[in-house]
Design a protein around this ligand. Structure first.
Ligand code: TXA
Ligand code: MG
Length: 323
C-alpha cells in the first residue's frame, strides 16, 4: 500500500474528530464509524458535497441517502413526524433504525439526498464518534455506507480504504462497527409503516412498538422504493453458495453455531455459540476476509430465518443472486 493511502486513516480522538468536522465544513467527504457500518459523510446542506458522495461511490443517481442527526429536535425541523414515527424514534433512537418521512419544504437539506423523492431517510446514530462529529459540525450529515456501489458495507476503516481508495481523503478510525449490519429502514410516510430493509434492529423489536407491513414491491424492480433492495448490492468478488451443508475441496466455509461441516480448509464461524447478533456483527468482515483468501468459492451454511437471521439471509441471498 502506498503512503498516500495510509495517511488518509486517522484514529478517532478529539483532535482528529475536530479536523474531520473542519473537512466536512469545507464541503469535503469524511468516512466515519457508526454503530451499524462506516458511513461516507458529507454536510447534508451542501449540494456539491453531497454530489461528491454519489461520485465517490459510483452510485446511481436515483439512489437516495440517509441523513444523520444529533437529536430528535434537530430532525423534526426537517421532516414531518407522524405519531407512529415519533413512537419509534423515542423508543429506538439513538440506534440502528432509519425512518423515511416527508421532507418539510422549509428544510435546507440538499435535494440530492432525496434523489427526487418527496421523503427523506433520517436516523440518529448511537456511536460516540458519530455523535461527537455531528455535534461539532452542527449540521446533519448525509452518509450512505462507505463503499463503492454494489460492494460490501464496511465495518472497519480498512474496509473503507480498500473499497474507496483514491476517492476518499479522510477516514476516522473507530475500530470495528459494533452492530455490523446497516440500519433497519421503516417507511413511515405510507398509510401503514412499512419495513423497507431488514437490518441491525430486528423486525420483532420494531413490532413490539408498531405493526409493520413488509415491502414486497421493491425486490425486482428497476426503481425500487428502497434501492438498497436492488439485487446487485452486497456482493463479494468470489462465487458464493448459500444454505449449503456440503463443500468442495478448495472452498472457504462460513459456518454458524456447530454447523462447521467438519471442514479442514479455510473456515470462519460467524458465531460458534449460535448468537445471531454476534453473527450479524461478523458477517461483512468475514465475507471481506474470505474474498482475500485463496479459495475457489465461499460456502455459507444455513442461517436460521429468525430475528437478525432474516437480515443476514437477505444480504446473503443478494450476494448469491448477483453472481
Ligand atoms: O446503517 C446504515 O443505515 C448506514 C449508516 C452509515 O448509517 N447507511 C446506509 O446507507 O446503509 P445506504 O445509503 O448504503 O443505504 C440506505 C438505503 C438505500 O437503500 C436507499 O435507497 C434507502 O436507504 N433510502 C434512502 N432514502 C430513502 C427514501 N427517501 N425512501 C426510501 N428508501 C430510501
Ligand atoms: Mg450501502
Amino acid at each position: 500500500m502506498s503512503d498516500s493511502l495510509q495517511n488518509v486513516v486517522h484514529i478517532a480522538s478529539n483532535r482528529t474528530i475536530e479536523n474531520a468536522a473542519r473537512w466536512l465544513r469545507k464541503g469535503e467527504l469524511v468516512a466515519f464509524p457508526t454503530e451499524t457500518v462506516y458511513g461516507l459523510g458529507a454536510d447534508a446542506s451542501n449540494d456539491l458535497a453531497v454530489a461528491k458522495i454519489y461520485e465517490a461511490k459510483g452510485r446511481p443517481n436515483f439512489n437516495p441517502l440517509i441523513v444523520h442527526f444529533s437529536s430528535l429536535q434537530d430532525t423534526a425541523q426537517h421532516v414531518e413526524f407522524s405519531e407512529t414515527a415519533r413512537l419509534l424514534a423515542k423508543r429506538f433512537w439513538p440506534g440502528p433504525l432509519t425512518l423515511v418521512l416527508p421532507l418539510k419544504t422549509s428544510s435546507n437539506i440538499s435535494k440530492l439526498c432525496c434523489a427526487g423523492l418527496p421523503t427523506l431517510a433520517v436516523r440518529i446514530p448511537c456511536g460516540e464518534i458519530a455523535q461527537s462529529l455531528l455535534k461539532r459540525l452542527g449540521q446533519p450529515i448525509a452518509a450512505p455506507s462507505a463503499n463503492r456501489s454494489g460492494q460490501l458495507s464496511p465495518t472497519s476503516a480498512m474496509h473503507v480504504r480498500d473499497s474507496l481508495r483514491e476517492n476518499i481523503q479522510f477516514i476516522l478510525d473507530g475500530g470495528a462497527a459494533t452492530v455490523g449490519l446497516e440500519s433497519s429502514i421503516v417507511d413511515c410516510s405510507r398509510d401503514k409503516p412499512t419495513l423497507l430493509r431488514e437490518g441491525g434492529l430486528s423486525r420483532e423489536e420494531i413490532e413490539k412498538v408498531v405493526a409493520l407491513d413488509i415491502a414486497t414491491d421493491a425486490i425486482d424492480q428497476e426503481a425500487p422504493s428502497s434501492p438498497g433492495q436492488l439485487l446487485r448490492h452486497y456482493a463479494p468478488e468470489k462465487p458464493i453458495r448459500i444454505n449449503s451443508l456440503s463443500n468442495l475441496p478448495g472452498s472457504g466455509v462460513i459456518a454458524f453455531s456447530n454447523q462447521d461441516l467438519g471442514h479442514s480448509g479455510e473456515l470462519l464461524n460467524l458465531s460458534p455459540t449460535g448468537d445471531l447478533v454476534e453473527a450479524a456483527s461478523n458477517l461483512f468482515a468475514y465475507l471481506h476476509e474470505m474474498d482475500r483468501r485463496t479459495i475457489s468459492e465461499i460456502v455459507v451454511v444455513p442461517i436460521p430465518e429468525v430475528g437478525l437471521g432474516r437480515a443476514i439471509n437477505d444480504r446473503l441471498r443478494r450476494a448469491a443472486e448477483a453472481k
